[in-house]
Design a protein around this ligand. Structure first.
Ligand SMILES: Cc1cc2nc3c(=O)[nH]c(=O)nc-3n(C[C@H](O)[C@H](O)[C@H](O)COP(=O)(O)O)c2cc1C
Length: 156
């Protein structure tokens, strides 16, 4: 079984966690990036994000640098944007065939996870989607105990 971590991070919180998982598991890692970067103030991006989530908008993402067909276990990480995963993750999820794969989702957020994990399950039709790991930050300060994250990683 081959494992890959696929994540999107607008700031760096999700990146930090993805890299922590990478260090502990030795899995391959891939960052999703939008073709058009989000620009402007944080509040502007929060408003743009709300509009995109409400419309179900899927921004174009850069071509993936590794062939994902070779992996049957996929660890998926996204920040929570308006109670779900970020639009760039939405684009990625729609681009894949999930049949027969095992998915381990995690989401970083400021305390309002909403329906993010249900949405991962719905988007990965045919996959065995494991319970999600909810990782709390206050801005860039990690609030979820590192021990809890390590325990989750050790079960992957
Ligand atoms: C557009 C946008 C929407 C957000 N919506 C939520 C939300 O619904 N619930 C929440 O707890 N945090 C929300 N946040 C905060 C982020 O989920 C949190 O800061 C996350 O850790 C950022 O990860 P990143 O640094 O990898 O981008 C939002 C942030 C942005 C930019």
């Amino acid at each position: 079984m081959k494992t890959v971590i696929v994540y999107y991070s607008y700031g760096s919180n999700t990146k930090k966690i993805a890299e922590m998982i990478q260090k502990k598991t030795g899995a391959d890692i891939l960052r999703i990036e939008t073709v058009t970067p989000y620009t402007g103030s944080y509040n502007k991006v929060v408003d743009q994000g709300q509009d995109e989530v409400n419309r179900g908008y899927c921004p174009e993402i850069r071509p993936l640098s590794i062939d994902l067909d070779q992996y049957d276990r996929i660890i998926l990480g996204s920040p929570v944007w308006w109670y779900t995963f970020a639009p760039a993750m939405h684009t990625f999820l729609k681009s894949q065939n999930w049949k027969g794969r095992t998915v381990y989702p995690f989401a970083t957020n400021g305390g309002w996870i909403g329906h993010t994990f249900q949405d991962f399950t719905d988007a990965c039709q045919g996959a065995d989607v494991k319970p999600g790991m909810n990782i709390r930050f206050d801005e860039s300060t990690l609030r979820t105990p590192v021990k809890d994250i390590e325990n989750w990683i050790s079960q992957l």
